[in-house]
Design a protein around this ligand. Structure first.
Ligand code: PRX
Length: 631
């Protein structure tokens, strides 16, 4: 199923559009099914109802583990690189990983978990995180991984939304020179989570933790009580595999649901093609498993293809900004898949950290999560790829399950700043604000997809109507991505950023409404408005306009109090970079905040604010501009 020439790409693309069922049916033959499907696809975008590989039975872990054992059991599956350089890296062969997953799957069963139960995972980037994920899939439980940067309140909201029965965590996590007390955060979260019966705790940083009798058990003790034989649960192709919460333009994150069969096919197919993965190569994705990139391109995609996947616990700049390059040299990494924010941050250290590093193993480079600016693109291409490694700028989303628009390494001619062309099976269209298709090249519009693909979300957990409203109602019969996009004269796609009220901060998706809700929870704050502004390293920074809060002490202290509140309510990742106290916000007569104006002010572009005549109080704009200048 690997595409090896541009001609083949064109042929496959054509076939995938003209006869999608035959195309995906053939791709799916490359996976292991317990029972075949009787129908490749049935769908409508109105409800929406999407079913791939109907009637088929499988277990994704048999595809990620068991099927590699006979020929490749001794091949490395995961290479773990710890945060602390004094610690040794650890290699898990496919046999070892299989054994650990089966054993832990039995631990889950021993603790009452069964098919269909939801399990929350809040862990550091250690192999046990991948093991926990796969163990859930092994027994047919639905995992909901929560990124380690979220607060107790965010965790509790997510656990309650999906009614998790079990939590898997660790005593703590390392992050550069910091330690994060994961279990303590979980303890705070679980005060308000009545559905959680058990909490399994891995020892990692060896910090003291409180273990509640009857609820909390140690990972290390539990695995001693079970064996390593665990037959995989037979799953329907459309059974739920996981839930992953993501931000949107409303205040409440939604649980994006992916199912077993289609997601597996799509993650595996896109992995092998986009990265042109060759057996025996070492692949390194620097994302966290707490986000979709880690799900699809550290765990499921690579393992389904028998690849060797590096799992890195630390951060790019610890203990110094050579860390990625040391890892590449040490493990002879062939593919590096990372985020523009990491590239920009490493770029800022100049060339010194690269001196003497052997990066000759690098064959393919990848970028994900946000638009990559040309400067970062060229630096990555020249300094890391030495102009010889194809750089794939991969556009996709939590909801899409896998990469959608991207070059295919060694096949698609690349162009800086462009995600280039849709992968086979993906039918993008650009529409104007009324949903009318804008045809031809050299045009811009809102990016929609007009035909289903196997990896797409099926629903938002517990609220199908919300899924319909968010993705399928803006434009009739189209999946709306929320992104703006340009299609140039060559038909190449360039994603220009979100067109809704969602920010992309260091590749993390954060809804402005969510941040506003958090700020407004501070005792002294009545109202606020949050917008994004260009940030050199993060891509976008968070700018909060807060209507004069009741001060407790001086203004600076009150700003810090607000930051503390946001950290408590969402997590440190959502902390505003700038806070400006103002006496009012630019509102229309109907009370709607005109964010367009605030965005311009945040960008420092106040020359042309457009039409402000509909504002209730136009004078407030001048006042905000003055205050912003003084900041
Ligand atoms: O705006 C797009 C941006 O990230 C959003 C999806 O965020 P999330 O669901 O968190 O998934 C991130 C990892 C897949 C998109 O709507 N985005 C993602 N990749 C790119 C991108 N923007 C431009 N270029 C990309 N390559």
């Amino acid at each position: 199923m690997q595409i090896t020439s541009f001609k083949q790409y064109e042929e496959d693309y054509k076939k995938s559009v003209e006869n999608p069922e035959q195309f995906w049916g053939e791709v799916a033959q490359n996976f292991q099914w317990r029972k075949p499907w009787y129908k490749v696809l049935s769908w409508n975008f109105k409800d929406p109802e999407i079913k791939w590989f109907e009637g088929a039975k499988l277990n994704i872990t048999e595809n990620c583990l068991d099927r590699h054992l006979a020929a490749n059991g001794d091949k490395p599956s995961i290479i773990w690189e710890p945060n602390n350089t004094e610690e040794e890296s650890v290699t898990y062969t496919y046999k070892m990983l299989h054994e650990r997953v089966c054993r832990f799957a039995n631990v889950l069963k021993r603790n009452g978990a069964k098919k269909g139960d939801r399990i929350c995972i809040y862990m550091p980037m250690v192999p046990e995180l991948a093991i926990a994920v796969l163990a859930c899939a092994r027994i047919g439980a639905v995992h909901s991984v929560i990124f380690g940067g979220f607060s107790a309140k965010s965790i509790a909201d997510r656990i309650n939304d999906s009614q998790c029965k079990l939590v898997i965590t660790a005593d703590g996590a390392y992050r550069g020179n910091k330690q994060i007390p994961l279990k303590e955060v979980i303890d705070d979260a679980l005060i308000g989570c009545p559905t959680v019966e058990k909490c399994i705790v891995l020892t990692h940083v060896r910090t003291p933790v409180s273990m509640l009798k009857g609820r909390d058990v140690w990972w290390e003790d539990e695995v001693k009580h079970v064996n390593d034989i665990c037959e995989a649960e037979e799953m329907d192709a459309e059974d739920m595999l996981f839930i992953l919460y993501t931000s949107g333009s409303t205040g409440k994150p939604k649980g994006v649901v992916h199912t077993c069969g289609g997601y597996m096919v799509y993650a595996g197919y896109t992995f092998t093609n986009v990265f042109n993965y060759k057996p025996g190569e070492v692949y390194f994705c620097t994302a966290d498993i707490g986000w979709i990139t880690g799900h699809s391109y550290i765990v499921y995609g690579p393992l389904s293809q028998g690849a060797t996947s590096v799992l890195f616990e630390g951060i790019p700049t610890y203990p110094n900004p050579s860390r990625f390059w040391d890892i590449i040299e040490k493990h002879k990494v062939n593919t590096l898949y990372t985020a523009p924010t990491a590239i920009r941050s490493l770029m800022s250290f100049g060339e010194e950290p690269l001196i003497g590093k052997d990066l000759s193993s690098i064959r393919v480079l990848g970028s994900v999560g946000e638009p990559i600016n040309e400067e970062a693109w060229h630096w990555f291409d020249e300094k890391i790829g030495h102009g010889k490694a194809p750089l794939v700028d991969t556009w996709w989303q939590t909801e899409t399950g896998g990469i959608m628009i991207s070059p295919i390494a060694t096949v698609t001619p690349t162009k800086p700043g462009f995600a280039t062309l849709p992968l086979p099976g993906i039918q993008p269209i650009l529409v104007d604000e009324h949903g009318k298709e804008i045809e031809g090249n050299g045009i811009s519009g809102n990016l929609c997809i007009k035909f289903p693909w196997p990896g797409m979300l099926r629903t938002t957990y517990g609220d199908h109507e919300r899924c319909k409203q968010t993705y399928f109602s803006t434009y009739e019969n189209l999946y709306f991505t929320g992104d703006g996009c340009l299609r140039d004269e060559d038909g190449y796609y360039r994603i220009t950023g979100r067109v809704d009220d969602v920010l992309n901060v260091s590749g993390h998706r954060i809804g402005t409404a969510e941040v506003e809700n958090a700020i407004n929870m501070h005792a002294g704050v009545v109202e606020s408005a949050v917008v994004g502004y260009p940030h050199d390293v993060k891509g976008q920074g968070i700018y909060a306009f807060v209507i004069n809060p009741e001060m407790h002490g001086e203004a600076e202290l009150t700003k810090k109090d607000i930051l503390q509140t946001v950290t408590r309510v969402i997590g440190a990742i959502a902390k505003p970079d700038k806070i400006l106290f103002v006496s009012g916000l630019p509102k229309t007569r109907s009370g709607k905040i005109m964010r367009r104006i605030l965005r311009k002010i945040a960008e420092g572009d106040t020359g042309n604010l457009g039409d402000t005549s509909t504002l209730l109080d136009p004078a407030v704009v001048d006042e905000i501009i003055e205050a912003a200048k003084k900041q």
